[in-house]
Design a protein around this ligand. Structure first.
Ligand code: ADP
Ligand code: MG
Length: 200
């Protein structure tokens, strides 16, 4: 990946988060405290501000820098978790990853998020999107398929009962709403898939 590609990815992701901030806010208002849209926007705008400097780094260092910035700026429960995702990805990925390396690095990054959140799949969180996307990557799905799988996985959090995060305080009343972090994760996956796909 060239510096230009990475810079373009960062810009595309920050754009999509900004464009959907209100939607994320509304989702988090239903079963949380309504800050997820602003949290994510603040974090990804901070990453965008450093896009040029981050993109000049080798991919592992760039991902670690993005993770550190997200930990510092997103806030809430999701900041350390998204931060951990990128930090762990940066630790595990090679400078020029093939699909096998990307798959194993992404798998380990998801494990790091789960450890940090003391959470696992099925609890109505971002993990419910991350894991199916990883499984799709592992079995050779196309980028477009992965974006669709991410959207379907976010949709599949609607009937779930939240067992982690603020939404879990609502118990059964968390049922019937999409998890905000699952939605933001699906947005990230679609934009990354689309931007990488456009290049290919
Ligand atoms: P907060 O809940 O502190 O207000 P945000 O609103 O920014 O933080 O983020 C909420 C999102 O974080 C949830 O929708 C969920 O996807 C994710 N989340 C919260 N707690 C956990 C956890 N323990 N493990 C995984 N994801 C979590
Ligand atoms: Mg919140």
């Amino acid at each position: 990946m060239t510096a230009l590609d990475l810079s373009r990815l960062i810009t595309a992701v920050a754009d999509t988060i900004a464009a959907h901030a209100e939607e994320l806010t509304v989702l988090d208002q239903a079963i949380g405290d309504g800050d997820h849209g602003l949290n994510m926007k603040r974090g990804f705008e901070a990453v965008r501000a450093e896009a040029e400097a981050f993109s000049a780094k080798p991919l592992p260092d760039a991902l670690k820098a993005i993770g550190t910035k997200l930990v510092m700026t997103v806030g809430g429960a999701s900041g350390p978790l998204f931060g951990t995702l990128f930090l762990a990805l940066g630790k595990e990925i090679s400078a020029d990853p093939d699909r096998a390396n990307l798959t194993s690095a992404f798998g380990k990054a998801i494990e790091a998020v789960a450890a940090r959140g003391k959470s696992h799949v099925g609890q109505k969180t971002m993990l419910d999107v991350l894991q199916p996307v990883h499984d799709a990557l592992a079995k050779g799905s196309s980028l477009a398929e992965m974006a669709d799988i991410a959207d379907a996985a976010a949709e599949a959090t609607v009937p779930m009962k939240a067992l982690r995060g603020r939404a879990s305080f609502l118990g059964d009343r968390s049922i019937g709403h999409m998890d905000a972090g699952a939605r933001s994760t699906a947005l990230l996956v679609r934009m990354l898939a689309q931007t990488i796909g456009d290049k290919a």
